[in-house]
Design a protein around this ligand. Structure first.
Ligand SMILES: [Zn+2]
Length: 371
């Protein structure tokens, strides 16, 4: 199949009018042309931290994973990592098995799975957020055989570096090419730095569920902001981190180190209501999801299309916002075959209108439209 997609191409550092020539699911040529107008054409978004979408739960069965993938693609998310919150220890390998056996049969009209992400159980009780406290573990007190059984397909794992055994596990995962994500942590500045030094590659939802930026007692947030090698996730829904902080993050982090994530709940896209996540009751009101009866945020109800739109609305340049949703997560995962509009990369393209709303999405040779 040959296809020509014309518009304002969102490259890593500029918006350039022109055409993308697609052949056999790959970008075969890029033809700049000042005469071209039309939609913004961005590389497909990559959500590395998402618990479900459209009523479908990442920890569910193959049908749930397919439903989630299809819902995400219609929001411009062409690749993703199904992400488990903290699960019971014996559930971890079962989740891994379900994702692994589903991946080869994932639908062509859904976002492409690139493995999976485990957000627990190695998180600090004091920064547990919306994770079930009864299920938390430390790397030192979990049967190592369970870890061995989740390694295949594991791409990112959240670890609080101050827990017993964490630094050794961080180093082991990093050595295997898995990205340890420092987060859900009460770490002091020194403990956080030790986590990155041991091999921590990224940071689980910067500012949320972590020791912060107190000027006398800086913690993980400061360590993550000040480390130019560390990636940092941002949930840009406007609830998790106040937009007044966003320019501080974008001025501090190198442009290739910010990673937009949705951290979306399974009921994202379903409006307000009640649900259960990881065994806990969650309430959604006005798009804001909290543990029922508390002010503890439980995840978001957005997809990365909203995150990009929100960043741009706050004055962040479109190429920078798109890089945070596409090329940066691709590089974090070592997925050099995608994430940019570049000859040879997979043709995962999102067409966005003037208001940055998704109009059409190309995944290789399949076009979809938003529902
Ligand atoms: Zn999460």
């Amino acid at each position: 199949m040959r296809e020509v997609v014309a518009g304002r191409l969102v490259l890593v550092d500029a918006v350039v009018p022109g055409r993308v020539v697609v052949a056999d699911g790959r970008i075969a040529a890029i033809e700049p042309d000042d005469a071209v107008d039309g939609p913004f054409v961005a590389p497909g978004f990559i959500d590395v931290h998402v618990h479900g979408w459209g009523g479908h739960d990442a920890t569910g069965d193959a049908d749930a994973l397919s439903g989630m993938a299809r819902a995400l693609l219609r929001h411009g998310v062409t690749s993703f990592l199904p992400t488990a919150p903290t699960l019971a220890a014996d559930e971890l390998p079962r989740f891994a098995d379900r994702v692994r056996s589903w991946m080869p049969v994932a639908p062509a009209d859904g976002a492409e799975p690139l493995g999976f992400n485990l957000e627990g159980p190695f998180i600090a009780p004091a920064r547990k957020g919306a994770h079930d406290p009864a299920l938390l573990r430390t790397p030192a007190d979990l049967d190592p055989a369970i870890i061995d059984r989740v390694l295949d397909g594991l791409r990112i794992m959240t670890i609080a570096p101050e827990l017993p055994g964490s630094l050794a596990l961080i180093a082991r995962l990093a050595g295997l090419g898995i990205a340890p994500s420092i987060g859900h942590s009460q770490a002091t500045l020194e403990e956080a730095r030790a986590g990155f030094a041991a091999g921590g590659r990224t940071t689980t939802h910067l500012f949320n569920a972590m020791s912060g930026a107190d000027h006398r007692a800086p913690g993980l947030a400061v360590a993550a902001l000040a480390d130019d090698n560390a990636y940092a996730e941002l949930i840009a829904d406007g609830f998790h981190v106040h937009p007044a902080l966003w320019p501080i993050i974008t001025r501090t982090k190198p442009p290739d180190r910010l990673v937009l994530v949705s951290d979306a709940l399974p009921l994202a896209g379903k409006g307000d209501g009640f649900t259960r996540v990881g065994g806990l009751d969650v309430e959604v009101r006005g798009g804001r999801a909290t543990l029922r009866g508390t002010e503890t945020l439980a995840g978001s109800t957005i997809a990365l299309d909203s995150a990009v739109r929100n960043l741009v609305r706050e004055g962040i340049a479109l190429p920078r916002a798109v890089a945070a949703a596409a090329s940066n997560p691709a590089e974090l995962l070592g997925a050099q075959d995608r994430g940019r509009i570049e000859v040879g990369r997979v043709a995962h393209l999102v067409l966005l209108d003037e208001d940055l709303r998704v109009r059409r999405v190309l995944r290789g040779d399949v076009w979809v439209k938003p529902a």
